[in-house]
Design a protein around this ligand. Structure first.
Ligand SMILES: Nc1nc2c(ncn2[C@@H]2O[C@H](COP(=O)(O)OP(=O)(O)OP(=O)(O)O)[C@@H](O)[C@H]2O)c(=O)[nH]1
Ligand SMILES: [Mg+2]
Length: 355
């Protein structure tokens, strides 16, 4: 059984569903869950769960608890997932996915004691120009992920790296699929399945880069490393040089097209370096990195600064004052209305009738 068959791809909320759909198209097992009928319809014919009564959480991650309580069929499904590796995709800035993902990851870790399930969250981090509620939600989701004991590798997609979500999603799909399924082999060494599992089990952040040689000649090593650690599809890694394992699949036939030491200089000294050969492109993955705390803290600070600015501005709320001419004193004396003799006569008659 290869790693692909051991995986389940779970997409929560709008982004989560789109990302899961890409893997399902490649033959992975997967499902999407969302309260929004429209979002689910847009995904076409893939396995899906409608979270009844919660057509979006309107920015409120905390509604996830109530939502899961009211959707026991979905909770039962989660509790009966049998796969050894579960990827949980969600937009950190949203609310349905962001709120449910941390609870569901914890559920997946907690059950089946002794089976060593590997749970790998994939969180899309909002770009800097998104509203503060998105930054706040993403920040909170990362805080909650940090608290989960035994979590596997976490992937932090950086939405600042491109406005085109479709291409961002398909690039990530290609990277992760290559990691899970690449079966190139060489005489010198191979990057095997147990080594891949080892890396998915490493808690902390994981990054991947995949690059073809320039003009089919030389690999631009510096560019590959820059994409891996600074401005690729993932959040920039911390500069503290903490990591667990490095994997390299060289594109060269039994010769190294990227130097190990140049990767180590960027990410730190690993416990182990797993190498393979004969890849179609050069592939590098690093696991066990610290969470990208500086990047996420920046999102949190931006949310805080924007919140404080809103509070300050609220003190200067514009209110309509009264206009001078409205304050002119009206004469208290109410002019007596003239009543016609007919009306007066009618009223007199009514009073007499009621006596
Ligand atoms: N990388 C990537 N990010 C996305 C994509 N779609 C949405 N996002 C990000 O996800 C965040 C919104 O999350 P959604 O998945 O739309 O939210 P949700 O889980 O459906 O939650 P609701 O607020 O209840 O609708 C945005 O702030 C974006 O940053 C996508 O296709 N790719
Ligand atoms: Mg939504």
């Amino acid at each position: 059984m290869n790693l692909k068959e051991k995986c389940r791809m779970l997409g929560l909320g709008c982004y989560g569903g789109k990302q899961a759909k890409e893997f399902i198209a490649l033959g992975y097992k997967g499902d999407a869950a969302n309260g929004s009928e429209q979002d689910l319809k847009a995904l076409g014919d893939i396995p899906k769960f409608r979270l009844e009564g919660f057509d979006g959480f309107g920015g409120h991650r905390e509604r996830a608890e109530d939502c899961l309580v009211q959707n026991s069929e979905f909770v039962n499904f989660i509790e009966n997932i049998k796969e050894e590796i579960v990827f949980v995709f969600f937009g950190g800035g949203g609310s349905t996915g962001s709120g449910c993902a941390t609870i569901i990851s914890e559920m997946l870790l907690g059950q089946d004691e002794g089976t060593n399930r590997i749970v790998c969250p994939v969180i899309a981090l909002p770009s800097q120009d998104e509203p503060i509620a998105k930054h706040r939600n993403a920040y909170q989701a990362v805080v909650e992920l940090q608290e989960l004991e035994g979590l596997g590798a976490t992937f932090f997609i950086n939405n600042d790296s491109g406005k085109d979500y479709t291409s961002l999603n398909s690039t990530f799909t290609k990277f992760l699929d290559t990691f899970l399924t690449n079966d190139s082999y060489g005489e010198l060494n191979n990057f095997d399945e147990s080594e891949r599992l080892e890396m998915l089990k490493d808690g902390g952040m994981m990054v991947i880069s995949l690059m073809g040689a320039k003009d089919n000649q030389n690999l631009d090593q510096a560019l590959l490393l820059q994409k891996l650690t600074k401005d690729g599809i993932f959040a920039p890694i911390e500069s503290n040089k903490i990591c667990e394992n490095i994997a390299i699949i060289h594109a060269g036939r039994n010769n190294a097209d990227i130097e190990k030491d140049s990767i180590i200089a960027e990410v730190g000294k690993p416990k182990n370096v797993f190498e393979g050969y004969n890849g179609r492109s050069t592939f590098v993955a690093v696991s066990g990195l610290d969470y990208p705390v500086s990047h996420v803290a920046k999102l949190g600070e931006m949310a805080k600064a924007a919140y404080e600015e809103r509070q300050r501005e609220r003190k200067h709320v514009s209110k309509l004052g009264s206009l001078d001419f409205m304050e002119e004193k009206e004469s208290k004396a109410i002019p007596e209305k003239k009543v016609s003799s007919k009306l007066a006569g009618m009223r007199k008659k009514m009073q007499e009738m009621n006596k």
